[in-house]
Design a protein. Structure first.
Length: 430
């Protein structure tokens, strides 16, 4: 018979491989379903392996935890597509709270017999976990519009925020050298909890996708730190994967918005927006009817459709599919240009359009489409005025006032439906 410890290690190894494959497969729409399955099976193996651990004192408490997890998790998985970002933020919050609680219990179980290295890692785990917990709750509140979308800023906020973080790190350094100073430990949790709130409130609603991926990164790093504390290789690997992928995604999204990463992170957006929107000059925009839009689209050879959050809110993806079919039938070359931050999180538009059975090969990312724009006759932007903005979302967009720009005002689903009707009506005249 194989020893239990060896069996657990093999289970963890398989789970680790599945987590890596899951990330790899999730990067492409054609293999994404395999990626989801790999991640789920990997997590089931990780939990199963942990339940075999001989150090578990009472399985009744573990069973209660599993049942509570299912009761909370199943409804969370059934939210509307437009609510997935805030649900993701809640997942980060729960994971970070778990990390913080585990770190806290480990400290009080082991203190004062903790090596400087272990105390440093444990401090990192607790600081990152605490700030991710409150930061994620704030992000979820902004996305759900329970909290104000606008950036809440005040003079010297970066100084205050960095001061709080520095204080938490200083306490961590003292504890690493003097773990017997147990009374300092609560301060190392409370300060990052406040810091998490202060970090997210100066960031505007349009930047929340980047913040969500960054909080995802923090949650992963805190889990990796927990892996060192608990001596779990699986947690170290899973946390590192989560942390690095979240960080890379945040950088990609900042670049796509023509923004510096630090600008998003330190709430510079809020200050710039407040200053820039002080004076708004009134300039005329040209609007068009569905009939005019249909005539322009019908006369085009090449059309790029740029979808955004307005399409998701109006649930217009099926009408967009009808428009795609109507134009393709007329011999128009139609592709979709998808900005990484379109919607509320990366991939949001891809999922909605794939749900409407639009071919994957027509869904191109921003970099792939930008080179074709010079040869494109019409760019149809649907509920995505923020992603076509060369500056910051929420700031007046010079694109609106150009001679070749026509604004289509109204509900995205209804307006696209009207264009489709005009195109179909046009077919009967020929």
């Amino acid at each position: 018979m194989m020893p239990t410890e060896t069996f657990i290690e093999i289970t963890y190894l398989i789970a680790t491989v599945l987590f890596i494959l899951s990330l790899k497969w999730l990067s492409s729409p054609t293999t994404a379903r395999h990626g989801v399955w790999a991640g789920e099976v990997g997590m089931a193996l990780a939990i199963g392996g942990t339940l075999l651990y001989r150090g578990i004192v009472d399985y009744k408490l573990v069973a209660i935890g599993l049942v509570l997890g299912v009761i909370i998790g199943v409804p969370l998985g059934k939210v509307a597509m437009t609510a997935v970002p805030q649900r993701t933020a809640l997942s980060h919050a729960f994971g970070a709270l778990c990390v913080t609680l585990v770190g806290t219990s480990e400290f009080y179980l082991r203190a004062p017999n903790i090596s400087p290295f272990l105390m440093a890692v444990l401090s990192m785990e607790v600081i990152l976990g605490s700030l991710t917990f409150t930061g994620s709750l704030m992000a979820a509140g902004k996305l759900q519009e329970i909290l104000p979308q606008r950036p809440i800023t005040y003079k010297g906020q970066n100084f205050v925020n960095l001061g709080m973080l520095a204080l938490a790190i200083a306490i961590a350094a003292i504890l690493a050298m003097h773990p017997e100073q147990v009374k300092l430990f609560p301060a190392m949790i409370i300060i990052p909890l406040i810091f998490g709130v202060m970090l997210v409130i100066p960031i505007g609603g349009a930047d929340m996708p980047t913040v969500i991926s960054l909080l995802n990164s923090y949650a992963g790093l805190s889990a990796a730190a927990m892996g060192f504390v608990l001596n779990s290789k699986l947690l170290i690997v899973a946390g590192a994967l989560d942390g690095s992928s979240g960080f890379i995604l945040s950088v990609i999204m900042s670049k796509a918005m023509n923004r510096s990463f630090t600008n998003v992170l330190f709430g510079g957006f809020g200050q710039i927006q407040a200053a820039a929107t002080g004076v708004q000059e009134q300039r005329p925009v040209k609007s068009a009817t569905a009939e005019e839009a249909a005539a322009i689209l019908a006369a085009a050879n090449k059309v790029v459709i740029v979808p955004g959050y307005g399409m998701a809110v109006a649930q217009a993806q099926h009408k967009v599919r009808e428009l795609f079919d109507a134009l393709t039938k007329r011999g128009v070359d139609v592709t979709f240009g998808i900005h990484p931050v379109a919607g509320r999180m990366p991939g949001h538009m891809n999922v909605l359009l794939a749900e409407a059975d639009i071919p994957y090969d027509k869904l191109l990312d921003m970099d792939a489409v930008n080179g074709d724009m010079a040869q494109t006759d019409v760019a149809l932007v649907i509920g995505a005025n923020d992603v076509t903005n060369p500056g910051y979302a929420g700031i007046d967009n010079p694109l609106y006032y150009l001679d070749q720009t026509l604004m289509l005002f109204g509900d995205a689903k209804a307006f696209v439906g009207n264009i489709v009707r005009e195109l179909s009506g046009g077919d009967s005249h020929h």
